[in-house]
Structure formats: structure tokens, C-alpha cells
Design a protein around this ligand. Structure first.
Ligand code: PGA
Length: 259
């Protein structure tokens, strides 16, 4: 089964509106005409509609970096007294097709858990917003030999009880925490080992057909120089790109490595 590669840029807390518009103006001609790779950029909430306007009619899709939802008395809540938060319904309304959930920075600095990510994924499914669900081990976990255990817990809990047809359209991003923004990249073999494990877990939970449909991105210091060999691995279906997504030349090179 062939999966269309998917390269998404995670802009994090970067770029003013003017800078965001300039980046899209630089990027869109560099990737115009590429039809066999899906491309997305994920700006801050504040830049979603502006960037959405700039990418309209191009082959660049729009994503957010987070969304908020809670379950109250067994019901998903997508609005109300949650100061400072933005729901999947609002992200969708702003024109996004994608949302990054459970990024390690959100887990580390903002108390996000596998359980809260599971609720958020369900809220996304409710409004047909597709999640990019991040998992990954810390350096300490890798060095103590618990990577497989950590990833298994994350995948099983984040995807617990979800419908297989929606899971099939979702994306998982494997982002070893020690590789994010550090310049250290997992070797293609190291990454493939975990990607294979994630797909095997999804197969066990949802059946092989669903598992084969899910795109699994690699994230963590992916750049033009290492993208090709990572993307050549059988279970690496794209990339979630941080630093290198802020430069049109670098991001477009990574996209071209996926063609
Ligand atoms: P990086 O970030 O490419 O800067 O390592 C990736 C990510 O955090 O999504």
C-alpha cells in the first residue's frame, strides 16, 4: 500500500503576521506543482486566518499547533469558560484541516497528557479536523531502554477507543524529545524501528488496513541534509519540521526530498 508522504511545518511560537506572509510568499512558488506530497504549515492561532488566506488556492494546507477540549459528564465540550483556549471547532472554523496534538513541548511545559490528548482527538473527529498526534521518548527513557514501553503507552492511551475509519485519516508524528531542536537526529534505522513499532501497535488496535493507511511522520531536527534517507524508510511517511520550516529554501528542499 502506498501512502502519500506528508510534510508539515510546525512554526511554534514564531513569526509575526508580516513574517508569516513573507514566508508563504517565498515558499509557495518553490513548491508549486508538487502534487504527490501533501504539504502543510502550522502557524500560531493568531496567524491562522491570515496564513489561510495566503495558502488558499495553493497546494499548501493549514494546521494549528494545539486545540482545547474537555469531557464533562461524558460529553465533549468545545466552548465555554476556558479563558485563553481555542477549540477544535474554532480551529476548523478558521480554515485549518490539521492540528498538532500532544507535542512534547505541550507535554513538558503545559501539562498535556496522553489522556487529555485522547479527549482532544475525539473532539477533532467530531468536527472533521484531522490530528497530527505526537509521541516520543526522552533521552533518559531512551538511555534506560524503555523507549518501546513509553511509545506503547502513548499510542495505546492517545488512540484508546477511537473509531478505525477516523484513525486511518489521522497522522502520528514520532518525535524523539532528545532530537527536537537539538541538531541531533535519530538515525534512519533508529527511527524506522519505532515507526514499525507504532504501526504494529495500530494494527493490533485497529486492524492492518487502518494501520497501513496511517501516515507516521518523523520529527526532530529533520533538515535538507538528512530528509532523504529518513524518508526512504518503509514506515516513515513524512516529517514534522520545526526549525527548518521557518526557512522557505530549507522547507522546500525537505518537501522535494519526499517527492
Ligand atoms: P525541530 O522541531 O525540527 O526544530 O527539531 C520538530 C518539532 O518539534 O516538531
Amino acid at each position: 500500500m502506498s501512502r502519500i508522504k506528508f510534510i508539515a511545518g510546525n512554526w511554534k511560537e514564531n513569526l509575526t503576521l508580516a513574517e508569516a506572509k513573507a514566508l508563504i510568499a517565498d515558499l509557495s512558488p518553490l513548491v508549486a506543482g508538487i502534487s504527490n506530497v501533501e504539504i502543510a504549515v502550522c502557524p500560531t492561532f493568531l496567524a491562522l486566518t491570515t496564513v489561510g488566506g495566503k495558502v488558499a488556492g495553493t497546494n499548501i494546507q493549514l494546521g494549528a499547533q494545539n486545540a482545547h477540549a474537555v469531557e464533562v459528564d461524558g460529553k465533549l465540550v468545545q466552548s465555554g469558560a476556558y479563558t485563553g483556549e481555542v477549540s477544535p471547532a474554532m480551529v476548523k472554523d478558521a480554515g485549518a484541516q490539521w492540528v498538532i496534538l500532544g507535542h512534547s513541548e505541550r507535554r513538558q511545559y503545559f501539562g498535556e497528557t496522553d489522556e487529555s490528548v485522547n479527549v482532544k482527538i475525539r473532539a477533532c473527529y467530531e468536527v472533521a479536523l484531522k490530528p497530527i498526534v505526537c509521541v516520543g521518548e526522552t533521552l533518559e527513557e531512551r538511555e534506560s531502554g524503555t523507549t518501546a514501553k513509553v511509545i506503547e503507552k502513548q499510542v495505546r492511551t492517545c488512540f484508546k477507543g477511537l473509531p478505525a475509519d477516523k484513525v486511518a485519516e489521522s497522522v502520528v508524528a514520532y518525535e524523539p524529545v532528545w532530537a527536537i531542536g537539538t541538531g541531533k537526529t535519530a538515525t534512519p534505522e533508529m527511527a524506522q524501528e519505532v515507526h514499525g513499532l507504532i504501526r504494529a501497535l495500530l494494527a493490533e488496535m485497529f486492524g492492518p488496513e487502518t494501520a497501513n493507511a496511517v501516515r507516521i511522520q518523523y520529527g526532530g531536527s529533520m533538515k535538507p541534509g538528512n530528509a532523504k534517507e529518513l524518508l526512504a524508510q518503509p514506515d516513515i511517511d513524512g516529517g514534522l519540521i520545526g526549525g527548518a520550516a521557518l526557512k522557505a529554501a530549507d522547507f522546500s528542499e525537505i518537501i522535494k526530498a519526499a517527492v
